[in-house]
Design a binder for this molecule. Structure first.
Ligand SMILES: Nc1ncnc2c1ncn2[C@@H]1O[C@H](COP(=O)(O)OP(=O)(O)OP(=O)(O)O)[C@@H](O)[C@H]1O
Ligand SMILES: [Mg+2]
Length: 374
């Protein structure tokens, strides 16, 4: 699925413009094995991208120019991801019809399903299955994507400013799932959970992507703005600290360990404040889990499954100490971390150690590049 299609590059580049960080990954092909031939990141000043949406196009454009220089990229064609509240994904059911008829039918009916006025939306869809309903009607299930035109055009303008061209625009959450399904970690996961659904989550600074996959089919995808920044903001508001100090405390203290779980410990410097910090972070984590639970409940209200027992986490926000065990306890699910690099070789020009450190935040840009990997 994607909104545009130009001729793609033989060494595709995935571009993930996040709230804190822009990430770029390039893949080359060695006898069918993807090699990460280039990877780089650049931090954005606060306010340039808010909750996944580009608010300061020139700042982001200049950062892209800088990033291209930093990582010595000559290729200008990219697959870019979008994820913010102006992209919505809905699973809809329609009477069965062939694909060429579907496009018209969807255009005609989409407004019922999406919160964006249809004349301001770009639509795309993918058929995920068909079935016969209780009234013996043959139905088709369609994953509908609607993105606000202005937001997409804004993203394209930023790329143009930086001298880049998108061969495709993809929904970032789909890219995340693509990267994680590509990894071998999912093979065993799929084996274990054949009759279950798996929730994939990307926890960033301003955005959390929640995607529910049944087998290999994405059936649910939501964007929430409850993410890493909320945890930091909780400390800012309660302790009256500047944002950067709160960020440092969050990263170094983290959540309190669950009973009986080993803890990595807290650096001495932060011990005095630890108890207060943990209490505030736990409050934020509780709100975060409720937000996820709401998505799960919505999905479960429409699906024949009883519960979602497995959660796979990615995104730098997911590194928050003890978040996995907190989520595991409160969602009553098995929570683990995704490994998007499992089946991707790291190119000889890159430091394996440095790349591995970033693995958790790379899923989206890798998945975007994998979209055009042949
Ligand atoms: N060690 C850590 N412990 C806790 N949180 C961390 C850690 N490292 C980074 N984070 C948090 O991760 C978040 C940034 O995640 P990420 O880099 O994935 O976001 P992004 O891609 O820039 O933004 P988004 O995807 O939301 O648009 C920030 O909230 C930051 O505080
Ligand atoms: Mg991100």
């Amino acid at each position: 699925m994607g909104f545009f299609k130009f001729k793609s590059s033989s060494e595709p580049i995935g571009l993930d413009i996040g709230t804190n960080t822009i990430r770029v990954a390039q893949l080359s092909n060695h006898q069918g094995v993807p090699i990460l031939s280039n990877y780089g990141t650049i931090e954005l000043p606060r306010g340039a991208v808010v909750n996944g949406e580009i608010l300061e196009p020139e700042v982001v454009g200049n950062s892209l120019i800088e990033l291209w220089k930093k990582v010595h990229l000559s290729e200008k064609r990219v697959v870019v991801g979008v994820t913010n509240q102006k992209v919505v994904v809905r699973l809809i059911e329609l009477p069965f019809m062939q694909k060429d008829e579907l496009r018209g039918a969807i255009q005609f009916q989409a407004q019922e399903f999406i919160p964006i006025p249809i004349e301001e939306a770009i639509l795309d869809f993918e058929v995920v299955g068909d079935f016969v309903n209780d009234d013996e009607e043959h139905m088709v299930e369609v994953l509908l994507v609607a993105a606000q035109k202005d937001m997409i055009e804004n993203t394209l303008k930023v790329l143009e400013f930086a001298g880049l061209k998108s061969t495709a625009i993809d929904v970032s959450s789909f890219a995340m799932v693509r990267a994680l399904l590509f990894g071998s970690s999912f093979d065993s996961l799929a084996e274990e959970t054949k009759d279950n659904v798996v929730a994939f989550m990307q926890l960033g600074a301003g955005i959390t992507n929640i995607v529910i996959v049944d087998g290999t089919v994405t059936r649910f995808s939501r964007v929430s703005t409850v993410a890493g920044n909320n945890f930091t903001q909780g400390l800012v508001d309660t302790l009256g600290l500047p944002f950067d100090e709160a960020e440092e405390l969050k990263i170094n203290v983290g959540l309190a360990p669950q009973k009986g779980k080993k803890d990595a410990g807290i650096p001495k410097k932060y011990k005095e404040k630890a108890k207060d910090v943990q209490e505030i972070l736990e409050g934020e984590a509780t709100k975060f889990v409720s937000e996820i639970r709401r998505s799960f409940d919505y999905y479960l209200s429409q699906a024949p499954v009883k519960d979602i027992k497995r959660v796979v986490l990615t995104g730098s926000g997911a590194i928050l100490k003890n978040l996995d065990s907190f989520m595991s306890k409160n969602l009553k699910a098995d929570v683990s971390y995704g490994h998007p690099l499992d089946k991707i070789k790291i190119g000889s020009g890159l430091s394996e150690e440095e790349i591995k450190k970033d693995e958790l935040s790379m899923a989206i840009c890798l998945g975007l590049a994998l979209r055009e990997f042949k």
